[in-house]
Design a binder for this molecule. Structure first.
Ligand code: ADP
Ligand code: ASP
Ligand code: MG
Length: 436
């Protein structure tokens, strides 16, 4: 393990943990225990702010006359929380107002032709204001903290809404900018989810990307550990919103965590694991509701005895692609098709082929799929089946599979070593029991 920042911890607090004034006070209470320690704190937008800001973007894109009114509601929500936390003359009010105004210039102009660019300029304000508020409140509570603009650290290409990291630049920024601050002052507070392009425009890393931001910073600074504070006790054997009888996994290997998140366990963003694994930095998943709980620790652990773990990825589509002239779907076709998946940024979750047809399960994102269809249809027949879900069971046992199949229409299934997968027609949710 590296010795660059041997005591540095990186914490990430998501939207739910800072949803209102009481939640922010709870987070500050947790942080009291780490007083005077070198700590980088990565924070998401408050509650469902990102969704609300997406509405603003969509309204603006549609020239909706209500756009500014919708934006005002987002602002007012924040001012309400600030009134609960600060005196009326606190300078945080003008700082937050400045950040809101910064995003507003986009709304004063006609909708920008590049939707993704416009989206990033507006949606990023959620993280800018949440961090200003939490940082000000930490200082007020006697925990000296410095606000850091993540756009000065996280350097990306120009792929708006899915920024790809320029690692050399980001490592250089992090070490030259963050290290001197943590040497002097305990806490650094910065935004998850956002970065900047080479032309210094704001970019986002993809929805739910704050976990990834924290992992990038942990990697760059050779942190001792990273912790993500969630509304669950740790990583569970299935999503408790949809399943009964779930249990906590005390330890997970990076390998297990990356497989789970790749197949859609939303408790951790899938890109989070790699930077941590590469530097052997342990990842703790802890509860902000019960901060003394042990949580889950994710390391290089080699212990491979896991209970069945169930992951359901909803809103998928099955694509059936076949050759029009009965030629085999052979390697050259597949390589061409995969080139197109990559070009249109469509992630393949499961695939299967027969002599003249190829079936894939992909996220049902109509905008991306349209461009793909336009190109594929020139050469192949392609049919899309919507409203399907992909169920993955790691370390399956037969009774878990039986339970999961109950009441479902199974379109395709397969078993590869410890992983069982099936694609189902989505039917209204009943809460199945997992048998962990
Ligand atoms: P954040 O506040 O950091 O954005 P999320 O809400 O994205 O956190 O992630 C936490 C949620 O992930 C939980 O509330 C839970 O519903 C969901 N989740 C999905 N799969 C799992 C799992 N295997 N274990 C625990 N939580 C899970
Ligand atoms: N606020 C962003 C989102 O809701 C990023 C994050 O929370 O991780 O997608
Ligand atoms: Mg989230």
């Amino acid at each position: 393990m590296s010795t660059m920042n041997p005591n540095l911890k990186v914490f990430k607090f998501g939207g739910a943990s800072v949803a209102d004034a009481a939640a922010i006070k709870n987070v500050v209470g947790i942080l009291q225990q780490y007083k005077s320690q070198p700590l980088v704190i990565v924070i998401s937008a408050m509650g469902k702010t990102t969704n609300a800001l997406e509405e603003v973007v969509n309204a603006h894109a549609a020239n909706n006359p209500e756009t500014l009114a919708i934006y005002e509601r987002v602002k007012e929500k924040h001012y309400g929380i600030m009134r609960d936390l600060f005196d009326a003359d606190d300078e945080v009010f003008s700082e937050v107002n400045d950040a809101f105004v910064e995003a507003e210039w986009m709304l004063d102009e006609a909708p920008h032709e590049n939707y993704d660019y416009m989206y990033d300029q507006i949606v990023s304000v959620g993280e800018l204001v949440s961090t200003k508020i939490v940082c000000a409140y930490l200082n007020k509570a006697g925990l000296p903290s410095t606000w850091l603009d993540a756009r000065d650290i996280i350097a990306c290409d120009n792929t708006y809404r899915e920024g790809r990291i320029d690692w050399d630049k980001t490592v250089k920024n992090a070490t030259t900018i963050i290290t001197p601050i943590i040497e002097k002052i305990g806490f650094v507070v910065t935004q998850g989810f956002i970065g900047s392009t080479s032309e210094n425009f704001t970019i986002t890393l993809g929805r739910e990307g704050s976990d990834y931001s924290a992992a990038i910073i942990s990697f760059c600074l050779d942190a001792e550990s990273m912790s993500i504070w969630k509304d669950v006790p740790g990583v569970l054997t299935a999503d408790p919103r949809y399943f009964e009888n779930v249990s906590k996994l005390d330890r997970l290997s990076y390998k297990e965590a990356i497989e789970m998140t790749y197949y859609g366990a939303t408790v951790i963003h899938p890109k989070t694991i790699k930077p941590l694994q590469n530097k052997n930095i342990p990842l703790y998943v802890k509860s902000f509701i019960n901060p003394d709980g042990e949580g889950t620790v994710i390391t290089n652990d080699v212990d491979d005895h896991y209970p069945p773990i169930v992951i359901v990825e909803r809103n998928q589509a099955l694509l059936y692609i076949s050759s029009k002239d009965y030629s085999f779907i052979a390697e050259h076709h597949l390589s061409h098709l995969f080139g197109l998946f990559d070009k249109h940024r469509i992630w393949v979750n499961m695939m299967r082929n027969t002599a003249i047809s190829f079936m894939v399960c992909v996220p049902n994102q109509p905008e991306r799929l349209k461009g793909f269809f336009d190109e594929v249809e020139k050469e192949f027949s392609i049919v899309k089946e919507e409203n399907v879900e992909l169920v993955t069971i790691r370390h399956y046992q037969e009774d878990t599979i039986t339970e999961m199949k109950r009441g479902k229409i199974v379109l395709s299934e397969e078993r590869i070593r410890q992983t069982f997968q099936m694609v189902n027609k989505s039917v209204p949710a009943i809460k199945p029991k997992t048998t962990a």
